[in-house]
Ligand binder design. Structure first.
Ligand code: F6R
Length: 593
């Protein structure tokens, strides 16, 4: 999704803006640009990578500027559609993240009033509206302009000869970074880590007037206090640390992520959230999320149903928002690593409107979702830069285990064993990572195929979904995850020697049934790679290849199996020469519908 940055201070703005934009690349973009205020406003933009834009420029003089990475919504990726956009005079420049719903109407009105708009974007109406309302007061003009806009308009405006920049937030994140006689603005924390750890999170409807030595946040025309926060992520957390890709680094960080997340929960005096069952407490549970977080939610269903023994309904947040019967009798969990996903936020808002208590699981402190939920459970995965979620997924699973275990209705001996096994997870995941070379070898064999199925059953069914999602998003191989028992209800028609199947086999009550499906798959000549929890003669006889994963209680097997499938996807994508960290057309934080 679009990334926006701003700088005002004593240093040259251009290198700072380009560096900050580089740190936002992970959000996904197709074009970029900057505007610097020196003698007038100078704009440089194009449908290129940030590095290419920077290389084409000599260093500009201004110490005030704004920048943008664009993820196209209105109009193709091109130089004219790239931000910043300017008014007719070229004295006002704007970068924007969001979607302006009434932009056709505004565009027509502005054209009737004599404004000439050059791009196909919705954003371009903003600088023209500011121009229209400008009568010598820049801040007032921005306030009046945003009043006209329906939709989401997180943006920064810059005006020639002004010693301030004006930022407005609606529906997408925006943070102010506080420096020493200089200030920064950005969509996301990683952009600012090189410069400051002091930040202010703007809230919906805020307008911030930012100068080199002051930040004045206004709401409905009056100044408001917004608390300053200290960022705990370090610069190193957001660097590759010698790994070829962020994704590989993030996969390798998982033992530490599990330890850090568990340490946080263990040190807390109270359970992460109240899941007391019966007697006015929980009777059922709803979990909502998108993408990979949805797959974590599906694992959560098996965890909570297995331990807490209440029915759990899991829905895609994007579908839930359009469903007829929204409310749940008791409590809901919404999972979103970024805390900014549009559909997830909308579902939290709807649940709250209907009187439901909402617990969110997120990785980003201060994210929008954490400010509207009743309760926030943080995962401690650190910044995840690669578009494909890996360590945040595993951290979400840990959060779900930890939420459910205190309310478990299994017998005490089993509970003790489970807690012991949970603490063993970092070691087990490290054992998977130690097997990386073997997994990479299998990946090289799979890289030549164009279609693939992943299958699992029970708690590892969502793991198959997640394995397939990882593969398709970074290697561009068409992959589908299936519940093992469903393959025969249609997908069998696609099996054959050119369509491998990756089977996740668990030594639990699903084992015999999965073996039956494996036999059926093999009878249709599909190459079969099986993940199994121990040396298993039956599987060795049946499968073409076998990856042995460390022994662990089936309840925790999604963690180790997912790490294998992450590595498999990574090495397939690497073999195919794909841009692993920034897959085409994808965005890390999806702040639009
Ligand atoms: C896939 C991936 C996406 C996200 C989805 C939800 O690797 O990262 O599918 O999981 O966009 O994002 P969050 O969790 O931020 O709500």
């Amino acid at each position: 999704m679009c990334g926006i940055v701003g700088y005002i201070g004593k240093k040259k703005a251009q290198p700072i803006l380009l560096n900050c934009l580089g740190k936002l690349e992970y959000r996904g973009y197709d074009s970029c640009g900057i505007a610097i205020s020196a003698s007038g406003i100078e704009v440089h933009k194009d449908a290129v990578r940030v590095r290419v834009l920077g290389e084409a420029l000599s260093v500009l003089d201004g110490t005030v500027g704004i920048g943008h990475t664009r993820w196209a919504t209105h109009g193709e990726p091109s130089k004219v559609n790239a931000h910043p956009h300017c008014d007719c005079t070229g004295r006002i420049a704007v970068v924007h993240n969001g979607v302006i719903n009434n932009f056709y109407k505004l565009r027509e009105q502005l054209a009737d009033e004599g404004h000439t708009l050059a791009s196909q974007t919705d954003t371009e109406v903003i600088p023209h509206l500011i121009e229209k309302y400008y009568d010598g007061d820049f801040v007032k003009a921005v306030e009046l302009a945003v009043r006209e806009i329906e939709g989401s308009y997180t943006m920064i405006a810059l005006m020639a000869d002004e010693s301030k920049i004006v930022a407005a937030r609606k529906d997408s994140p925006l943070i102010i970074g506080i420096g020493d006689r200089e200030n920064y603005i950005a969509s996301d924390v990683p952009a600012l880590l090189d410069y400051t750890s002091r930040v202010i999170y703007l809230e919906d409807g805020d307008i911030a007037v930012v100068s080199a030595d002051n930040v004045d946040v206004k709401k409905d025309g009056s100044s408001v206090d917004r608390e300053e926060h200290k960022i705990l992520w370090s610069v190193e957390d957001a660097q590759k640390a010698g790994y070829e890709h962020f994704m590989l680094k993030e996969i390798h960080e998982q033992p530490k992520v599990i330890r850090d997340t568990l340490a946080e929960y263990i040190s807390a005096a109270e359970p992460a959230a109240d899941l007391t069952v019966g007697d006015g407490g929980l009777e059922d549970m709803l979990i909502l999320a998108c993408g990979t977080s949805y797959h974590a939610s599906l694992v959560g269903k098996y965890i909570i149903e297995g331990l807490v023994k209440i029915p759990v309904r899991v829905e895609l947040a994007s579908e839930f928002n359009y469903s007829g019967q929204a409310s749940t009798r008791s409590r809901a969990i919404v999972i979103t690593q970024s805390g900014e996903t549009y559909d997830a936020l909308m579902s939290v808002k709807r649940l709250k409107e209907e009187g439901c208590q909402v617990i969110v699981i997120t990785n980003v402190v201060g994210s929008t979702v954490s400010r509207i939920a009743d309760q926030t459970v943080y995962t401690r995965a650190g910044p995840e830069i690669s578009v494909a979620a890996t360590k945040t997924f595993v951290a979400q699973l840990i959060a779900l285990y930890w939420l459910a275990l205190p309310y478990s209705r299994v017998d005490i001996r089993r509970l003790d064993d489970l807690v012991m096994e949970l603490r063993q997870l970092p070691v087990k995941v490290q054992q998977v990572l130690d097997n990386e070379a073997i997994i990479a070898d299998y990946a090289r064999q799979l890289a030549k195929f164009e279609n693939m199925f992943y299958m699992g059953k029970g708690i590892n069914y969502p793991v198959a979904l997640e394995g397939a999602l990882k593969l398709k998003e970074i290697s561009y191989i068409h992959a589908e995850g299936y519940a093992a028992g469903e393959l025969k209800h249609g997908p069998f028609a696609l099996l054959g020697s050119k369509t491998p199947v990756v089977a996740v086999v668990t030594q639990d009550n699903t084992y015999e049934s999965v073996i039956t499906t494996i036999k059926q798959v093999k009878a249709r000549q599909s190459p079969l790679l099986a993940l199994v929890g121990e040396e298993d003669e039956t599987i060795i006889q049946l499968a073409d290849s076998v990856i042995t994963v460390p022994q662990i209680d089936p309840l925790f097997s999604p963690v180790v199996n997912s790490v294998v499938l992450q590595l498999l996807a990574y090495y397939v994508a690497k073999r195919r020469g794909c841009p692993i960290d920034f897959p085409r057309h994808l965005a890390k934080t999806v702040t639009v519908e």
